[in-house]
Every structure is written in C-alpha cells, then in structure tokens.
Design a protein around this ligand. Sequence first.
Ligand code: BES
Ligand code: ZN
Length: 463
Amino acid sequence: MKKALVSIALVTSLTLSSVGVQAFAQPSATSQSGIHNVLDNRVINQINVDNIYNNIDYLQQTPRVAASEEEYQAVLYIKDQFESYGYEAEIQPFEFFGFTAPHTVELSVGETSLTPNSFTYTASGEVTAELVDAGLGREGDLAGVELDGKIALIQRGEISFGDKVLNAARAGARGVIIYNNAPGTLNGTLGGANDEFVPAVSLSQAEGQALATQLADGESLTASLTVLGAESGLRTSHNVIASKKPTNKNKDNGNVIVLSSHHDSVPGAPGANDNASGTAMVLELARAMKNLPTDTEIRFTTFGAEELGLIGSRHYVNELPDSELNRIVANFNLDMVGSRDAGDLVMRTVNGQPNLVTELAQASSYRLNGAPTPFNQGGSSDHVPFGEKGIPAALFIHSPLEPWYHTPEDTIDKISKEKLQDVAQIVSTAIYDYASFDNMGAKPKKAKPQSVDAQMYFEEDVQ
Ligand code: BES
Ligand code: ZN
C-alpha cells in the first residue's frame, strides 16, 4: 500500500503569523537554506550521532529479552551512561508473569524422529507412551477414547490450544501433540500458565496427518516426547529513569516531558534497530540537553518488557499518582529510529488525532527540513499507556518497516547515521522548543500550533 501526504487547511487565529505564512510560501527555499532558529541550533550543536551509533553497537551485541540477565546488563549500562553525563538515574523494578521457552523439544514415533515446536506455557517433561487419536480434542471427542497414561494426537481447530491440552490432561493424557490444519509450521500459545498442563508440542499438517492415518489403519504407535527447560512463573524486569529538573526552581512551570524508548528485544534478535536505536537516542539527547537552560522537567526513560505487551511503560504510568500524571504534558516515544532499510519518519498517536507532541514535531521538522513529519493512528509501543491516560503522546518510527524487524538480522550494519541524525534533531528541537527557558512567559505552555499552524499533515493509506 502506498502512503500519501494529505494536507488539511486549518483556520486558526495564528494563521497569519508572519513566520508560518512565509515559510509555507517557499517551502523548498526553507528546506534548502535550513532556516531554523537560534534555539534549534543550540541543541543540534550538542548532538553527536557517533555516540548514538556506538551505544547501539554496544547494546546490540546480544538479545535483551525481558527479565533475562542480558536485559539487566543493558539496564546497568544505561544507568551508568546517564550517570556519566551527570544525572542521577533510578532503576525501577517490576514483576510480571512470564514463560521461559524450553531448550530441548524432541518427538519420535517408533524409529522416526519428527520436527515438533513447543507451545508457549507448555509444561516440561519426558513421556514415552502409546499414541492415541483424540480428534479435535473437544470434551465430546474424548468421550469413549482411552487416554489415561497415553499421548494424545489432536488436530488444530474449533477450540483453543489451551483447552485441547486441558481436556486431554483431565482425561489422563500425559502428553499432547497438536498438528496443523493448514500448510506451514504451527507456533502457538496455550494462552497462560496452568498447573494442569502436560508437555505439549505442535507438528505440521503433513507429519500429523500421516500419524493420524497410521492410527486409523489400526497400527499401534509408541511416541517419545521430551520438553525440557520450559518454565512459567514470576519474572522481574526494570525501567531506567533519569530526570533533568528545570534550571531555575523559581521559574519551574511544573510540567514534565517524558522522552522514552524500550531497551528489551525479542528472543534471538539483537535488536539494533528495535530498539537499541531508540534507547541510544534517549541517552544521547539526555547528554546533549544536560546543560541547556529549561523551565520544564525532561524525564529520560527506557522501559523493559515492551515486547511482552508494554509491561514496563504500563507499570510506570500506573505507579504514578494522579498529581504526578497530571504534570506530564507530552510523551515522545522513540522505537525503531535508525534503519537504513525502513521508510520515512512518521508519528503514531493512539487516537489518530494531533496533539502537543505531533504539533511540536511537525513544527520542528518543518523548520529543519521544510516538510512536517506526518502522523497516523496506531503503533503498538510505549506511547500507548501514556495516550490511554489522556497524555499527549506519539511514537516516532520509520514506515514501512525494514525486513529485519524481529529477526536475527536486526544488526548494527543496517543502521543509518543519517536517519539517526534526522530523528534526533527533529525530536530534540521539538522538546527544546517547549522546554527552553528563553521563551518563559512569552508563550503559553499549552498545546499550540507553531510554524505549521496553517496546515496539519497526516498520513493516509491510498490504493
Ligand atoms: N518496535 C515495535 C513497534 C512497532 C510498532 C512495530 C508498529 C510495528 C508496528 C514494538 O517493539 C513491537 O514489536 N510491538 C509489538 C506489540 C507489543 C505490544 C508486543 C508489535 O507491534 O507486534
Ligand atoms: Zn520495539
């Protein structure tokens, strides 16, 4: 699907402000001459893209799965970096219910070794027993089938994998094999941990159907099923938080901007772009902005367990009392901001509407590049818990995604310094536009369209 820029003329009382109108009259001249103001230059001059690149390189040496030792080492590194810039950094632990995938998954029937996958939340165990066809594994399918002490062979479909395993286990089965009902491998989840589960693996349609046919022909089959290392239970992951307090206590406007990323990755993925890139950019912007005069608190955060369902960022917003939540005026969330193989920079908001973050970033991208960064609804990332609390929030990401997303190929060699530089400039100047001390009193600290007040740009799917 192609993306198109659509502009909508907005009539606002500021439409005739001189900067906005002039800028729109000659956008190409603006982009070529790179007209941006003194405040922009003050922050841009502090940014060193090599620092971002080098921190990505460091973090992407290994996957950083939530609650793993590798994730914790990344957390300590991030804290260390913040401290080396002169910040106090807090590590915020949180617990969640997790699952560790098995290290060994094997299945043989008779003399034949098969190629099983395990189900998320399977139990561990070693079972050798007679194989019995249990249809679709519904309670009705099991009536009249002797499963006690046996391994159940069940076809995918009609009810959940978890219910199939529970039904078989309650009928006495000591292991379960679920085979696909369509071509392709089956990688499933039992939905959540349950003490009643027995070792459960999946097979392809071809392998499963062949076994079902042999059983239907009256053959007696003995299966050996091995699942070792699977473990469900409470896990601990961590967020890292460093705060730049307003320069002058007397002129503190009481507002907070949160700049965020997630530092965890999916299993097997070094996560150079997803999301060492966002994390390294949060670090560099913390360093670059450390000594700039500001009247707004800027909170630099990296969240854990995003890949398991935004768990760290949810924990962070849920822990804040209303009085603290109400102080947060904006969340800029960086996730996948440096891939050479991804498309252009876009923003995503929870409700698809513009907000303070999109307005500040459209204004800064327009000042810097002559084109406002478009926005659209969506993006499952850490801006969502903020947006759901009514806080203006946006995800910064390149679209379309690169082919390496969530793969072992998400490595440093695919990272573009140009992409990093562009996002770092747009985001930091947007934040500084709001937080800069210089403008104290001269502008209302509310949502306020700036040099792009005549137009809003958003992204729309076109055929
Ligand atoms: N880095 C991605 C963000 C993302 C946003 C990817 C939009 C693709 C489109 C993030 O880490 C991610 O992979 N999120 C998960 C969902 C999450 C709640 C587990 C996803 O989008 O599948
Ligand atoms: Zn991500």
